[in-house]
Design a protein around this ligand. Sequence first.
Ligand SMILES: Nc1ncnc2c1ncn2[C@@H]1O[C@H](COP(=O)(O)OP(=O)(O)OP(=O)(O)O)[C@@H](O)[C@H]1O
Ligand SMILES: [Mg+2]
Length: 261
Amino acid sequence: MSATDPNKSSPTSDQVLIARQVNKTFFSTSGDKVEALRAVDLSVGRGEFVVLIGPTGCGKTTLLNILGGLDSPDGGEIRFAPGFRREDGLAYVFQHYTLFPWRKLLANVAFGLQMRGVPRRRRNARARDLLQRVGLADFERAYPHELSGGMRQRVALAQALAVEPSVLLMDEPFGALDDATRKDLQQLLIDLWQTTSMSVLFVTHNIDEAVILASRICVLSGRPGRVVQDIPVSLPRPRDHLAQPFTDRLLIVRQALYSDT
Ligand SMILES: Nc1ncnc2c1ncn2[C@@H]1O[C@H](COP(=O)(O)OP(=O)(O)OP(=O)(O)O)[C@@H](O)[C@H]1O
Ligand SMILES: [Mg+2]
């Protein structure tokens, strides 16, 4: 494509979003300059599970915030597929728990649907169905403080899925969990993703998690973050941690991460 092509930054029909040459610099209150992202190019295909991995502080959350419309880039552009509107088609699971403490679980899961004006009966039925799918059918009347960390992230997942997003952004959603709970939730996420056509962009700095989940891994450099490698992962699911192809992928990602930090 030529540099003058006016459509050069538009997603193709099999892409849901593209970021082109995205830059972001922060200025602290004391006037210090932190260049978080430099010329980041990224695309996410329909139904794809893209994992964004990079060292701490390299700009992963910043990039997700920009894609989610919570922050704006200083340069470059973000384009979505034609007809896509963030307020309808995008959901976000944050790094830290973000449930409403004063709402029971059912009302937490139904929140996005309530905001979209879905009538109570319908939104509650959908929220119940999702609570069941994440294994919390018996907890619809509980409050978030009555749950373990893993249970809260299950609710956050149900809350995000309730609006049937076509793009799901996830920022280290399992980072604070113990290993066994994390593995359970990874499997749950894959099971849920496989029943939909949504695209997931999932941030982690855990290499094992990246290879378990991804259909493609984008490796970011240390700050300022740039995409340094794009690694397709076409291993069959469920993935066997001990199999040679899995450990081969781990090594490739590790090399990509450490060769540029
Ligand atoms: N609002 C802000 N004001 C000033 N600096 C910021 C702001 N947000 C992020 N930064 C800086 O930008 C850089 C990237 O931060 P970001 O949170 O995107 O990193 P990250 O890759 O998500 O890190 P982690 O893996 O630890 O979550 C950091 O140096 C951070 O201090
Ligand atoms: Mg972060």
